[in-house]
Design a binder for this molecule. Structure first.
Ligand code: URA
Length: 434
């Protein structure tokens, strides 16, 4: 088999066989095919697209290019959850203890944040001493003992995707639906769960800005997952404004804890419940949405979801007392109101700009090596459709540096559009695909 022939076949609109896809992924992972040939193939795929069979073959080849996590030592149906990322997305922090308290074993790999969206691991490190650097054996043991563990992504999880994604990033071939779907799903399949619930975001703070693209991506990922024998469900949810009120690591942890006490913001609570319902049904713990909803409400009302979070934090070296006393989480030295410059309705919030404000305060990473400040961020006081009077607080800014506080405040004010006429609000949940 020759890479040249594979490139030409795709360039001419042909369908690559599983053998041809396996060949190029195997050889590329071993550095036996040069970047320039793979770049040419990616560009050919970009223009000629891939069939369902090709997309599945590429996903499986990338999943198998490194470690495939074996979770068979964990009893029960393992249901993973994945978000395509967004601003204020602290969903894992509240959702996983809730479903674990309902009996779904949670064995999850999470990542760190880069750019304007935060990562679950960074947020969890707001608990002093917490670590996701545990061995696979410890990971499995924790899930068997307390029902939940989260570890960092191992370096050898879908290494072919890592190489390919970096190459696509510099050759203008990222934004092809099948390539994105196979990239995300290769990591999910390698992570070993029996079922996968995807939270696909849509809007100005999301990877996919339009609903049409978000549905298309969701459809491809669901198809791949189901074709690979893992029950896969996608929830398409709004990311045209930050999720909940808090943006910033420890601030988001605090909001997730409030949600586990039943005191979370309405939009965030609704998303967590919607995803939780799908996870309980996929994991065979509930027959229908009504039963699943009642189970989730039950573990909030009786405190068992909050207790599960405390057990999980303690099992991974963190201070569980902070779950019950959030004053123990990192705190910023400056907390100040950002005031509305005019009276009217909040017509638009440029969502990714709010993420960038948190980044400017030190709450995110500009580069992989950046140190992050866990305490800083923003707590919104007004969201889209709300009425404000001039001088009312739009947000509370939490900062540890005066100059950064000032710069982020200026940028924050540019992200809010206040108008006389109100907008028509779109629903948080745009659809569910199975
Ligand atoms: N996220 C991924 O993991 N892969 C892509 O191709 C795009 C976004």
């Amino acid at each position: 088999m020759r890479m040249y022939d594979i490139i030409m076949k795709k360039r001419n609109g042909g369908e690559l066989s599983k053998e041809e896809i396996d060949f190029f992924i195997e050889q590329y992972t071993k550095d036996d095919i040069p970047d320039y040939q793979v770049s040419a193939l990616m560009m050919a795929i970009y223009f000629q697209k891939m069939t369902e069979a090709e997309t599945l073959a590429l996903t499986m080849a990338m999943a198998k290019s490194g470690d495939m996590l074996d979770l068979s030592a964990i009893e029960g149906i393992k249901v993973d959850k994945h978000s395509t990322g967004g601003v204020g997305d602290k969903t894992t922090l509240a959702l996983t203890p809730m479903v674990a308290a309902c009996g779904i074993p949670v064995a999850k790999m999470s990542g760190r944040g880069l750019g304007h969206t935060g990562g679950t691991i960074d947020k969890l490190e707001s608990f002093e001493g917490f670590s996701t650097g545990i061995s696979t054996e410890q990971f499995v043991e924790n899930v068997n003992e307390i029902g939940i563990a989260i570890m960092g992504q191992t370096a050898d999880l879908a290494p072919a995707d890592k190489k390919l994604y970096a190459l696509r990033d510099v050759t203008a071939t990222v934004d092809n639906m099948s390539l994105i779907a196979s990239s995300i799903m290769s990591k999910k399949l390698a992570a070993g769960a029996d079922a996968i619930v995807l939270d696909v975001k849509t809007g100005s703070g999301a990877f996919m800005k339009t609903e049409e693209d978000s549905f298309a991506l969701a459809k491809e990922m669901v198809q791949i997952g189901n074709n690979a024998g893992r029950k896969t469900i996608a929830v398409i949810s709004d990311m045209d404004q930050p999720l909940g009120m808090a943006v910033g690591n420890a601030l988001e942890v605090e909001e997730a804890i409030a949600t586990l006490r039943g005191e979370g913001p309405a939009d965030f609570t609704k998303l967590v419940m919607t995803l939780g319902v799908q996870m309980l049904i996929a994991g065979g713990k509930a027959c229908d949405e009504e039963e699943a909803g009642k189970m989730l409400e039950g573990v909030i009302a009786d405190g068992s979801a909050l207790k599960k979070l405390a057990q999980f934090v303690e099992a991974q070296g963190g201070n569980p007392a902070a779950v019950y006393d959030t004053s123990l989480l990192p705190k910023a030295s400056i907390v100040r109101e950002i005031k509305a410059p005019a009276t009217g309705y909040i017509n638009r919030i440029t969502c990714d700009e709010i993420g960038i404000c948190s980044l400017m305060l030190g709450g995110g990473r500009e580069t992989k090596e950046s140190e992050i400040d866990l305490a800083v961020g923003l707590v919104l006081q007004k969201k889209m459709g709300d009425f404000v009077k001039e001088g009312d607080a739009l947000a509370l800014i939490h900062a540890n540096d005066e100059a950064k506080c000032e710069a982020a405040t200026k940028r924050f004010l540019q992200a809010y559009t206040i108008t006389d006429a109100n907008i028509q609000k779109l629903p948080l949940i745009r659809g569910i695909l199975k």
